[in-house]
Ligand binder design. Structure first.
Ligand SMILES: Nc1nc2c(ncn2[C@@H]2O[C@H](COP(=O)(O)OP(=O)(O)OP(=O)(O)O)[C@@H](O)[C@H]2O)c(=O)[nH]1
Ligand SMILES: [Mg+2]
Ligand SMILES: [Zn+2]
Length: 298
């Protein structure tokens, strides 16, 4: 379609070398674009909301809208939601869950915990409900039986989401099921999602039926990213602690070395209102961040 002179808005859903595929907000149509030279240094990334226009036979991106967030590895902008997937097998790594939550809050991404493989077991449900469901949206589902997949799809509508979690929890199975209809058309999405480490890399957001899923294939630099958080800010990223922190004796309470009598969080942990293991993990993360901070700030 000739869009000569008219500025069109869209979202970058695929990037390969110097080419960008931009999906238009209303039209559900994708245009292959180049980016204007002046944008090169800034970089155009998948997830970017951009403006482009038609000029001399090519579509050219001329402007990138302000980003809500931006991840470097994998490079993607404007992620709205992170779906943290766990299952009874492999045995859940709750330290990873806590780190992914921390990551979400740090980047202004809404987390959702998805407990998969409900067709086989619900043994993790109680722990998840007790520890997380009070402050994180939680979905119990099964990629095998399809249980609660409609609920998941509804949660994904009109947002850019990414999936994260240990290997073999069922991330690919869930994504394949969500895009079932599109798979029938394209056939190779499954292969793309399961591609090996040595396959040529490109970034892409898969879109279907107003669901957008960024193919982030694991957050490999998670630990590195989290080290950017100053240790004294850690308590702010714990919504379950924030709720009670006014009851700690000191407003600067870190809920770590303070005496129990002065710290409401520690009291709630002792009284089994808050999960003890999450608090142990919190202390570990706090120590790691503090060590890093001392190393860099002397
Ligand atoms: N019983 C049962 N098995 C499932 C379910 N979801 C996935 N699986 C199985 O779990 C295994 C791992 O699923 P994948 O989707 O490949 O896991 P993944 O999270 O993508 O793993 P990586 O790509 O290695 O990160 C496969 O054998 C799936 O068939 C489920 O809801 N129930
Ligand atoms: Mg996978
Ligand atoms: Zn405290």
């Amino acid at each position: 379609m000739n869009k000569g002179g008219v500025i069109v808005k869209g979202i970058v859903i695929k990037k390969l070398a110097d080419d960008f595929w931009v999906m238009c907000n209303n039209e559900n149509k994708v245009y292959k674009c180049k980016s204007r030279g002046t944008l090169k240094s800034k970089g155009v990334f998948i997830g970017d909301n951009v403006e482009f226009f038609y000029d001399n036979g090519i579509y050219i991106i001329t402007r990138i809208e302000k980003r809500k967030n931006f991840l470097i590895r994998p490079p993607v902008a404007n992620i709205d939601q992170l779906i943290i997937v766990i299952a009874h097998i492999p045995k859940p790594d709750y330290m990873l869950v806590d780190k992914l939550l921390l990551f979400s809050y740090f980047y202004n991404i809404e987390p959702i915990i998805l407990v998969n493989k409900q067709d086989v077991s619900d043994e993790e449900n109680k722990y998840v409900e007790f520890t997380y469901s009070k402050f994180v949206k939680t979905i119990f589902a099964s990629a095998k039986s399809g249980f609660n997949i409609e609920l998941l799809k509804n949660a994904l509508k009109n947002k850019i989401s990414a999936f994260a979690g240990q290997s073999a929890v069922g991330k690919s199975a869930l994504i394949n099921l969500i895009f079932k209809n599109q798979l029938a058309n394209e056939g190779n999405l499954s292969a793309k999602l399961n591609r090996g480490k040595n396959t040529t890399r490109h970034s892409e957001i898969y879109c279907f039926d107003n669901i957008m899923i960024a193919d982030t294939s694991g957050f490999t630099s998670l630990n590195e990213i989290l080290l950017d958080i100053p240790y004294y800010e850690l308590p702010y990223y714990y919504p379950d602690y924030n709720e009670h922190k006014l009851d700690c004796k000191y407003s600067s309470c870190t809920h770590t070395k303070e005496p129990v009598k002065d710290c409401k969080i520690k009291q709630l942990v002792e009284n089994k209102i808050l999960d003890k293991n999450r608090h142990i993990r919190y202390n570990k993360i706090y120590e790691t961040l503090q060590k890093k901070w001392v190393e860099t700030h002397g």
